[in-house]
Ligand binder design. Structure first.
Ligand code: HEM
Length: 415
């Protein structure tokens, strides 16, 4: 039996996900009680929240379900938590103040102003493979576009942008030997335990961010780094340590997630050629299609909270201090919320998926940018190809955290 069809597949094993998301296992968890205690070999164990309504309940009550003790499965010491803290590991009111400090460049209004730049980059990226009939869509297109966009936002060269994304891959892919030699569950990473994702790449990114901060403090430029560092009217600017952590968060959170969503979208469209055609002939469907691609991919598969007090989720008693993991990947396929969830449907409405989180103070800061990049990519790509088909074996990221297609070989007939 395919692992993804095995209702008892191990949802903690990184290897499981190299065969695809174990949807049958999540389906079984949703149907049992919706909340299941999962023991960990190297951790305290946690409650898996798998139904849509329960994910929302936990997300919107940060006063009960805290992010301050960590948002990954990993149990961290106080020293590790403090060293690695980003805005994601803050609760209101500290989180609210921090978000106010960094939020403006990511607002919908600000991001819409980048549309022309994104479109130009998308055209350049597509142009670079135009005419080739067989290539890896991820390497050639889905990886390149968010990488170049991030470089341009941060005001760094394309070469630096490339380097940053390699480091981001090593963080996000910290369980995949293609992206790092320091595979978290296979070799000791104790030396890097104070670094993001227990990765030496975190150290290199901190160092890089420190140099950029120094440069922009001396010579401010019209870029995101300068904006983040400039003095604020309504609060202290980011400290050096906060800036390094935020910079690293952007590199880790902003690239791979967008890339893997694009890849999941193209895979789904290729599997549903009628919908690919529908989208091509009705570009007005693009906004809805992007939402369905986000739901379908749900590439950030989980984040964690910790109960601050005794409480209940899905009618089950939870003790103060318990770890609670929100499985967005399961909530987005919850048949209680989404009719025919395993049917990709670009005309799905409503489609209030949780791929970016929902009703949570931590709802993805980059959601507008990610949406824009995905939309523009397909708007630019689809009219230029007369056919695009899978042409080889899909390779998936070894990770129980990020659902990612690393390689998507395609065969294309260009117009
Ligand atoms: C399709 C692509 C993306 C997906 C699926 C995604 C998903 C998520 C999720 C699930 C969260 C946590 C939500 C919660 O805890 O309630 C999050 C937070 C975050 N994301 Fe994204 N993200 C994407 C793209 C981006 C991009 C492009 C950026 C930045 C350029 C970004 C930056 C962030 C940041 C900074 C946070 C933390 C926000 C906070 O703690 O307040 N993300 N994202």
């Amino acid at each position: 039996m395919e692992i993804s069809a095995d209702p008892h597949a191990d949802i903690l094993s990184h290897d499981t996900f190299t065969h695809g998301v174990p949807h049958a296992a999540f389906g079984r968890l949703r149907d049992s009680s919706g909340l299941t205690w999962i023991s960990e070999q190297d951790g305290a164990g946690f409650w898996a929240v798998t139904r849509y309504e329960d994910v929302l309940h936990v997300s919107k009550n940060p006063q009960i379900f805290s992010s301050a003790k960590g948002i990954r499965l990993e149990d961290m010491t106080t020293e590790e938590t403090e060293a690695r803290r980003t805005m994601m590991e803050l609760d209101p009111p500290q989180h609210t103040a921090y978000r106010r400090l960094v939020g403006a460049p990511f607002s919908r209004r600000e991001v819409l102003a980048y549309e022309d730049a994104v479109r130009l980059l998308a055209r350049e990226v597509i142009e670079s493979v135009y005419g080739q009939t067989e290539f890896d869509f991820v390497e050639a297109i889905a990886r390149a576009l968010p990488m170049r966009m991030l470089g341009s936002l941060l005001g760094v060269s394309d070469a630096d942008g490339h380097w940053l994304v390699e480091k981001g891959d090593a963080l996000i892919g910290n369980a995949d030997p293609e992206f790092t030699q320091h595979v978290v569950d296979l070799v000791s990473t104790d030396e890097y335990r104070l670094m993001p994702f227990r990765s030496p790449a975190g150290l290199e990114l901190f160092d890089y961010a420190g140099k950029q901060a120094l440069d922009r403090r001396r010579n401010p430029k019209p870029d995101l780094i300068s904006k983040l560092l400039e003095p604020k009217i309504d609060g202290e600017p980011l400290s050096d340590h906060e800036f390094k952590n935020f910079f690293t968060l952007l590199v880790a959170a902003g690239n791979d997630t967008t890339r893997y969503t694009m890849a999941a979208g193209l895979e789904a469209l290729m599997q549903n050629p009628d919908q690919l055609e529908d989208l091509r002939t009705n570009p007005a469907l693009m906004d809805d299609a992007v939402e369905e691609i986000l739901r379908w991919g749900s590439v950030t598969m989980h984040f964690r909270r910790t109960a601050k007090e005794d409480t209940q989720v899905a009618g089950t008693h939870i003790k103060a201090g318990d770890k609670i993991v929100l499985f967005y990947i399961s909530a987005d396929y919850d048949e209680r919320r989404f009719p025919n969830p395993y049917q990709f449907n670009i005309r799905r409405t409503p489609n209030d998926h949780v791929a970016f989180g929902l009703k949570s103070p931590h709802k993805c800061l980059g959601e507008h940018l990610a949406r824009l990049e995905i939309k523009v990519l397909f708007e630019e790509l689809l009219p230029r190809v007369s056919s695009i088909k899978l042409h080889g074996v899909i390779q998936r990221l070894r990770s129980n955290f990020i659902s990612g297609i690393k390689h998507l070989p395609v065969q294309v007939q260009w117009k």
